[in-house]
Write a protein that binds this ligand. Structure first.
Ligand code: NAD
Ligand code: ZN
Length: 622
């Protein structure tokens, strides 16, 4: 991989993470960052506060009076010791004796950083220098913890862990299983209209802004911490009401702090201490082979249950059949598991191999003989293999953000309901769903989710990636759709794809074959969707119909939610305002418009358009 590709991957993961939709786990992310740091320590991404991406929060941008920084990380006691030694050296330069140098340790809350101004305003960290106004979260029910609501302070926006465990963990929102409270919190802060689950959490006072001064703490000198670090670590983290990913240690003396200062990304007087992971040795009971949506057959080791950093682990993936063969995994093998924080456990080492190993010869789902593809066994029965159909359907709904189509629902629809094509999903009414064995309450919600998908604009690359073709994930779908419209798939050739930077000959062939085989289905699916075309956006096509417009939308609209229309307008070059003022250039008027806005438009002589006129204005001439 080229260095820029590595950073593109990291930046992409960072944006996803800060939008509340992470695409990799933290340990994997941290590992990639540390690897990148070895190759290119001077890279700008590594020397800044990891930014929140544009478009997640809608509040106004503000410049922070003092920067809000990230933390430098230490993964071992030695690194903490080196940090303290450095602080003490600075103290001595300043004439402060070592015995007077105190450190404070607090739990490192794993949420969203925020800054409160002591007067009702709350801001995000943003890129460290500029944040966004999220004060409306307080009106939504975000509680400020502690007595000091009249004081300016930095803190973390978090969800009460007990509430999260009981009411939210593992539920599906926006097509994704909710695994981390942070993702729920980002949704809560970012939404314009609260969902039922947001409202309930707010009512239970589970959504909180916790000033760092309000958490538990330990105070002591370097000697104390060097002796007690493991206990301090354990105590702060396990007695905290919120999820944590380490502890933060800082020197308390303001003179030392001022002298040490900060880099672009962290304060030199502070360090975060994290642990890499807890390990345990465990015996393998058996192997289950699971068939995924692409036909890959993955071995999952069933284990004697073991407790690892607070969770009971019963299974772990062994990646592929070649690993099973090479590492001799099977009944009776002893392996060492590792799990850091809340991350999925992984095999760290094989302590004792199994006496015999067994690889399946036929598909555990459909019985088709298995083939080797590199290190993996695959079932090539495609849509004849039920597990593959179910996996593909789930992936389709998840990628298109159609809520509620989890494994259980999909299994019913495929095995009992006879659904085998993606496009059939869009034709399902609540009644039709009930006839296929779905309970009436669930069916109603599914119908709503389907209708919402049809009504709300969706990026073309999301629609294409939903098909789950090999070599055509989200990034590559986007790359392809910069050069063609999704409705024009009938006309592309293998050579056309190969001519696009980033696709080689083999990839082009594979993509071309998948697309030609599924042309009908692709066209069927997009006929149900309201597509936003990548080609129409910004520089790619040069078509920026709303460049320099300062726009306001008012009322309700037929073609899509107001929010979606605003987002689309932004992508087409407009700046969206919340009220009409002298600078506004365009007001789009839907049903039941706001009287204040229309009146202001008359006053300022602002141009107005109704929905139809507006839609034709943004249509590219073809
Ligand atoms: N999974 C992913 O794809 C992905 C992507 C990006 C980042 N991440 C995670 O985020 C980390 C980096 O993010 P970051 O820079 O926002 O955070 P960080 O882990 O470097 O920590 C800095 C932040 O900790 C917070 N904090 C919590 N408790 C604190 C306390 N008691 N005192 C002071 N500050 C406290 C502050 O908000 C501060 O901004 C990575 O190490 C990674 O684990 C994951
Ligand atoms: Zn099969």
């Amino acid at each position: 991989m080229e260095i820029e590709d590595i950073f593109a991957e990291i930046e992409n993961a960072n944006s996803a993470y800060r939008s509340g939709q992470p695409i990799m786990d933290d340990a994997e992310y941290d590992q990639k960052v540390e690897q990148a740091r070895e190759i290119a320590p001077e890279h700008p991404f590594l020397n800044q506060v990891e930014p929140e991406p544009e478009g997640v929060f809608s509040g106004e941008k503000i410049r922070h009076k003092t920067p809000m920084l990230s933390t430098k990380k230490a993964y071992s006691v030695e690194e903490v010791q080196a940090f303290m030694a450095n602080v003490i050296a600075v103290a001595q330069e300043l004439g402060i004796p070592e015995s007077e140098v105190l450190f404070k340790a607090t739990p490192k809350l794993d949420g969203l950083s925020g800054r409160y101004d002591g007067a009702g305003h709350l801001y995000t960290r943003g890129n460290g220098t500029e944040g966004q106004d999220i004060s409306d979260a307080l009106a939504k029910g975000l509680v400020i913890e502690g007595e000091h609501t009249a004081m300016a302070c930095d803190g973390e926006i978090v969800v009460d862990e007990a509430y999260f465990r009981e009411h939210l963990e593992g539920q599906t929102f926006a097509g994704r299983e909710l695994k981390h409270p942070r993702n729920f919190m980002v949704g809560f802060i970012a939404c314009d209209e609260m969902g039922e689950h947001h409202r309930m959490a707010a009512e239970a006072k589970a959504m909180r802004f916790v000033p760092y001064s309000e958490t538990g703490k330990f105070l002591g000198d370097a000697g104390f911490f060097m002796e007690k670090l493991p206990e301090v670590f354990h105590d702060l983290r396990y007695h905290c009401r919120y999820r944590t990913d380490g502890i933060v240690i800082e020197v308390t003396d303001p003179r030392i702090k001022a002298h040490m200062g900060a880099t672009n990304s962290f304060h030199r007087w502070q360090i975060a201490y994290k642990q890499k992971g807890e390990t345990a040795e465990v015996v393998v009971q058996s192997i289950t082979w699971q068939v995924g949506r692409t036909g890959r057959v993955t071995p999952v080791l069933e284990l004697d249950p073991v407790n690892l950093s607070g969770a009971t682990i019963r299974r772990v993936t062994a990646h592929n059949a070649a690993t099973v063969k090479k590492d001799k995994l099977g009944e009776g093998a002893v392996i060492r598991l590792i799990r850091s924080g809340e991350v999925i456990p992984a095999i760290e080492a094989v302590i004792q191999p199994a006496e015999t190993i067994h690889l399946p010869e036929s598909c555990p789902c459909c019985g088709n003989p298995l083939q080797w593809d590199g290190e993996t066994l695959v079932c090539d029965a495609g849509l004849q293999c039920q597990d593959q159909v179910e996996g593909a359907m789930e992936h389709f709904c998840q990628t298109l953000e159609i809520d509620g189509f989890g494994p259980k629902v999909v299994e019913k629809l495929v095995s009992e309901g006879g659904i085998s094509r993606y496009s059939e999903i869009f034709t399902l009414s609540a009644h039709a769903l009930e006839q296929r064995g779905i309970s009436s309450g669930v069916a109603k919600n599914l119908e709503k989710a389907i209708e919402k998908r049809k009504r709300t604009p969706v990026d073309d690359w999301r629609a294409l990636a939903a098909f789950g073709f090999r070599h055509l994930g989200r990034g590559d779908a986007k790359r392809l759709l910069r050069h063609t419209r999704i409705g024009g798939m009938n006309f592309i050739s293998e050579a056309f794809i190969a001519g696009i930077e980033g696709f080689g000959g083999i990839t082009a062939k594979s993509i071309y074959e998948s697309i030609s085989l599924n042309l009908d289905e692709i066209n069927q699916v997009i006929s149900h969707l309201h597509i936003i075309h990548t080609m129409d956006q910004g520089q790619a096509s040069g078509f920026v119909p709303l460049e320099n417009e300062k726009m306001v939308f008012t009322g309700t609209f037929q073609s899509a939610d107001r929010k979606a229309l605003e987002k689309q307008a932004e992508q087409l070059g407009a700046k969206i305002q919340s009220a009409v003022n002298a600078s506004t250039t365009l007001l789009v008027i839907g049903d039941k418009p706001g009287a204040k806005k229309t009146k202001a438009a008359v006053e300022f002589g602002t141009q107005t358009l109704n929905e139809t006129a507006y839609l034709s204005r943004i249509q590219p001439d073809e």
